[in-house]
Ligand binder design. Structure first.
Ligand code: G2I
Length: 461
C-alpha cells in the first residue's frame, strides 16, 4: 500500500555525487555549482531541502545566492497568506507571491504554497462576515488562489495551525461558522481547483507524540476514512535547542501509516543570544537528528528551514533575546548545524574546513528598478596579480528580466544565463583596477540581482 519515497517526492534519482568540496567555509561562493549543496545531497536521498523566502529577501543577493545554491524547495514566508492575497472581499493581489514563484522557477526550485486558510494574518473583513457568508468566502478564496497557482506548486498548506495549544480545534471564523467540517470543505475545494498539488494540514508542536499531535492524528484518521483529499501532514518544527522530541520519528511513522506524506515544514532551533559554542554544538546535533528522522521514514518527503539564515529569521522579532536559530549566521556563513546537516544527508565530513576558494575578481552590482524596468550597473575589480586581457562575465538574470540595451559591454542572450563581453576599449584590466558596464532590462516583478558571477571561467568573490 505504501508508495516509495522516490515516487512520493517525485524526484529523479541523482547519480553519484562529488561531495568532497561541500563543506567549504565560503559556501556562498558555491552558488549554483553542480554537485554541491544540501539540495544535491537531499536529492540523492530522494528528499528535498527547502527554505522560506519573503519578498524583501529577494533583494539581498547574499541571501539569494545561498538560497539558490543550497535549497530546492521554497515556501513563501508571507506572500500567499490571506491578508496579502485577498485584503478586501473579492480583491486579489498575487504580485508578491508571483515574485517568489518567479525566483523559485528561475532557480529550479519547487514551491510549497503557504497557506489558504489560517486564523492568523486573516484580514478583519473575514472575521467580520455574518457567519452564513463565511463558507462562501472561504471557498471563493481557496478556489481563486489555488486556481491562480495551479500547476506551479508542489503542495499547499490548505489549513494552517487548526489546533490550539491544548489540541482543541481553534474557534476561529471558520470553525465558528462551519464547525469542524470546514477542514474537509477546504481540502475538497483546494483539490477541485488544483488536483495535482499535494494537500497538507500544517501545525506546530505536533512533532512529538502529545495531546496536540494525538488530536491531529484523530482528525486526519477521520478525514482519510471519509475519503477527503489529504496528502500530507506538515510538522513545523520550531524547536528550542536540546528539545527535539524523542518520539518524533515514531510520531512521523504513525502519520505515514495512515497513508500520508509527512514533511518538516518550518525547521529552526532557537537559543539565547549571543549564542554559546555549546548551544551551537547542540543545534548541530538537533538538526542532524531531524534530518535522520526524515530519512528513516520513507514517507517523509523533505525538510524545509524557516528562512535562510539567522539574519532573516523570524525568531529575534518574536522571541526577544533569542535567535541564532538557523544553519547560517548573520553573515550567511555556515554554522555547525550546516555541517551536521550535510553529514546527516550523506555528505563527507571534514574536521577542519578547507580554505575558501581562491578568487581573482570581485563584482559589485547596483540595481535601480521601477515598475516594469530596471537599470543595473556592474563593476568588475581585478583582485588577482596578473592583468586581464579580454573579459567574459557570466551571470544569470532573475526570471522575467530581459535585457533591452547595454553599455560598455555586449551581452547575450537577453534572458536567463547570459554572458557580458568587453568592447574594444575596455578589455584590459590591470591588477587592482576596475571596469564598469551596465544594462537596461524589462522585468515582471523580480528585480533581484544575479547571485554569482564567473569571470573568464573563475567564480568571483
Ligand atoms: O510565526 C512563524 C511561522 C509559524 N507557522 C506559520 C508561519 O506562517 C509563520 O510565519 C511567520 C512569518 O515568518 C512572519 O514573518 O508568520 C508571522 C505572522 O504570524 C510573520 O510575521 C509577520 C509580522 O508579525 C507582521 O508584523 C508583519 O507585518 O510578518 C508580517 C509581514 O512582514
Amino acid at each position: 500500500m505504501f508508495t516509495t519515497r522516490t515516487a512520493r517526492a517525485g524526484l529523479a534519482a541523482t547519480a553519484a555525487l562529488t561531495v568532497g568540496g561541500l563543506l567549504l567555509a565560503g559556501v556562498t561562493s558555491e552558488a549554483g555549482a553542480a554537485g554541491t549543496g544540501l539540495k544535491t545531497l537531499a536529492e540523492a536521498k530522494n528528499i528535498y531541502f527547502g527554505t522560506a523566502l519573503t519578498q524583501s529577501n529577494l533583494s539581498n543577493s547574499t541571501l539569494t545566492a545561498v538560497a539558490g545554491a543550497q535549497f530546492d524547495m521554497v515556501t513563501p514566508g508571507n506572500e500567499m497568506k490571506w491578508d496579502t492575497t485577498e485584503p478586501s472581499n473579492g480583491t486579489y493581489n498575487f504580485g508578491p507571491g508571483d515574485q517568489i514563484v518567479s525566483f523559485a522557477q528561475s532557480h529550479s526550485m519547487r514551491i510549497r504554497g503557504h497557506n489558504l486558510v489560517w486564523h492568523s494574518q486573516l484580514p478583519s473583513w473575514v472575521s467580520s462576515l455574518p457567519s452564513n457568508q463565511v463558507q462562501a468566502a472561504m471557498e471563493a478564496h481557496i478556489t481563486t488562489e489555488a486556481t491562480h497557482y495551479k500547476g506551479k506548486l508542489y503542495a499547499w498548506d490548505v489549513v494552517n495551525e487548526p489546533f490550539d495549544d491544548s489540541g482543541n480545534l481553534r474557534t476561529d471564523a471558520f470553525y465558528n461558522a462551519m464547525g469542524s467540517g470546514y477542514i474537509a470543505d477546504a481540502l475538497r475545494t483546494a483539490h477541485a481547483a488544483d488536483p495535482n498539488a499535494k494537500l497538507y494540514l500544517n501545525d506546530y508542536n505536533i512533532e512529538g507524540q502529545n495531546a496536540k499531535s494525538d488530536a491531529m492524528y484523530q482528525l486526519v484518521s477521520q478525514l482519510k476514512a471519509q475519503g477527503v483529499p489529504i496528502d500530507g501532514i506538515g510538522l513545523e518544527s520550531h524547536f528550542i535547542v536540546g528539545q527535539v522530541p524523542s518520539s518524533m520519528r515514531a510520531n512521523m511513522q504513525r502519520f505515514a501509516a495512515l497513508g500520508l506524506d509527512v514533511a518538516i515544514t518550518e525547521l529552526d532551533d532557537r537559543m539565547q543570544t549571543p549564542a554559546s559554542n555549546a548551544n551551537l554544538a547542540q543545534q548541530a546535533t538537533d538538526y542532524a537528528a531531524v534530518v535522520a528522522n526524515c530519512l528513516a521514514v520513507p514517507r517523509c518527503v523533505g525538510v524545509s528551514q524557516w528562512g535562510v539564515g539567522d539574519a532573516d529569521s523570524w525568531i529575534p522579532g518574536a522571541f526577544p533575546g533569542q535567535g541564532a536559530a538557523t544553519m547560517y549566521d548573520n553573515n550567511y556563513q555556515p554554522k555547525p548545524a550546516y555541517n551536521s546537516t550535510a553529514t546527516a544527508l550523506g555528505g563527507s565530513t571534514t574536521t577542519t574546513p578547507p580554505p575558501p576558494p581562491s578568487s581573482t575578481c570581485k563584482v559589485t552590482d547596483t540595481v535601480n528598478a521601477w515598475n516594469t524596468g530596471l537599470t543595473e550597473s556592474i563593476t568588475i575589480t581585478n583582485t588577482g596579480s596578473s592583468a586581464i586581457s579580454g573579459w567574459s562575465l557570466a551571470f544569470t538574470l532573475a526570471g522575467g528580466q530581459a535585457i533591452t540595451s547595454a553599455w560598455n559591454a555586449t551581452i547575450a542572450p537577453s534572458t536567463g544565463a547570459v554572458t557580458a563581453k568587453n568592447v574594444n576599449y575596455n578589455g584590459s584590466v590591470a591588477p587592482g583596477a576596475s571596469v564598469s558596464f551596465g544594462f537596461q532590462a524589462s522585468h515582471t516583478g523580480d528585480t533581484s540581482t544575479p547571485g554569482d558571477f564567473t569571470l573568464n571561467g573563475t567564480r568571483c568573490a
